[in-house]
Write a protein that binds this ligand. Structure first.
Ligand code: COA
Length: 321
């Protein structure tokens, strides 16, 4: 028994911001951004919200799966940039979709959030609690980015992706690994709200993304290949058996570094970060939806999905499509 993806969808804000536009905001250049990250452009919200983007992506995933909203039993939104502390984004999406029977909640594991939500759906469905799940990864990171900080504002983009999954007897998720290392949380962090009550208040409080880029980089190129090797070993497969490695889209150099460590063929690492930047939890489902729409996913293919980010959190799963 496992779960398989039966539909995908995605939604991006209308406004595209090319590197050249960022040179008007901070001391940077198109060349520096392209060489260090591979990013050329990203979509930035001019009003779209995490909830509205997630709703659109979910509607498309439902349509692609041939399912009605009322059939959904579990609805999860992976996000680290919700508009509201309460109610959670998933409940807002449930309402907009009319997914009246779906138990709905958010999950925050930053850039590994979508993957962790997929594994959570697996656990619920494998244990017989639910039969299907709708899972979105959605972010409007542009509201938690300091647009005066050239080391972070060039990296991120806004968007949402979603998948519909259901129970299956053959194929689907063959195995997964997931890890967290809270001791290294400081290398990529963002404050939410400062403590401010009649008895205490915080002063030096940072509400924008703070990052030690080099630390994050070396974490990703070391831990991610190790977790991919671990999940392949667990499922009795090798790097050569994998048709596509659908990795979190953080940085072209990170993807190249992972590919090199795995001694894999670069053609098996699809990339869209040049057009969308790093969309955190939305990255993997948006890329999956693009591959699906392009007809690049066919029955029986072996995929590795791998996410990594703040927490630190990271993990990977093997899917027989
Ligand atoms: N434009 C021009 N110069 C920039 C710049 C920008 N946007 N951002 C930083 N710089 C400068 C720095 O100030 C520094 O200048 P200095 O040498 O005069 O001090 C120089 O470029 C090198 O900075 P450094 O941070 O060492 O660059 P780097 O090669 O490590 O590249 C990142 C920076 C952020 C691109 C890289 O560390 C990275 O990709 N890290 C991973 C980030 C990531 O993916 N995070 C999300 C994970 S989910």
């Amino acid at each position: 028994m496992s779960i398989k993806i039966i539909g995908t969808g995605s939604a991006l804000p209308v406004k595209q911001v090319a590197n050249g536009e960022l040179t008007k905001l901070v001391d940077t250049s198109d060349e520096w951004i392209r060489e260090r990250t591979g990013i050329r452009s990203r979509h930035i919200s001019t009003g779209e919200t995490v909830a509205s983007l997630a709703t659109q992506a979910c509607q498309k995933a439902l349509q692609n799966a041939g399912k009605e909203a009322a059939e959904v039993e579990l609805l999860m939104v992976a996000t680290c940039s919700p508009e509201l502390a309460l109610p959670c984004t998933a409940c807002q999406v449930q309402d907009k979709l009319g997914a009246v029977h779906a138990v709905s909640f958010d999950l925050n594991a930053a850039c590994a959030g979508f993957l962790f939500a997929l594994h959570t759906a697996y656990a619920y469905i494998a244990s017989g609690i639910y039969r299907n799940a709708l899972i979105a990864g959605a972010e409007v990171l542009s509201k938690i980015i300091d647009w005066a900080d050239r080391s972070t504002c060039i990296l991120f983009g806004d968007g949402a992706g979603a998948v519909m999954v259901e129970r299956c007897d053959e194929g689907g998720i063959l195995g997964f690994v997931q890890c967290s290392d809270g001791s290294r949380g400081r290398v990529l962090s963002c404050g939410s709200r400062p403590l401010n009550n009649p008895y205490a208040s915080q002063t030096d409080f940072e509400t924008y993304v703070q990052m030690d880029g080099r630390e994050v980089f070396s974490f990703a190129v070391r831990q991610v290949p190790a977790s991919i090797e671990e999940v392949l070993e667990k499922t009795g497969l090798t790097v050569e058996d994998v048709d596509l490695f659908v990795l979190h889209q953080a940085n072209r150099r990170i993807i190249d570094g992972i590919c090199k460590r795995l001694k894999a063929d670069p053609d098996r690492f699809p990339v869209n970060l040049d057009r969308v930047g790093n969309m955190s939890s939305a990255a993997i489902p948006v890329l999956l939806d693009e591959l699906n729409a392009q007809g690049r996913l066919s029955a029986g293919m072996t995929l590795v999905l791998s996410g990594f980010g703040a927490g630190l959190t990271y993990g990977a799963c093997v899917i027989k499509w």
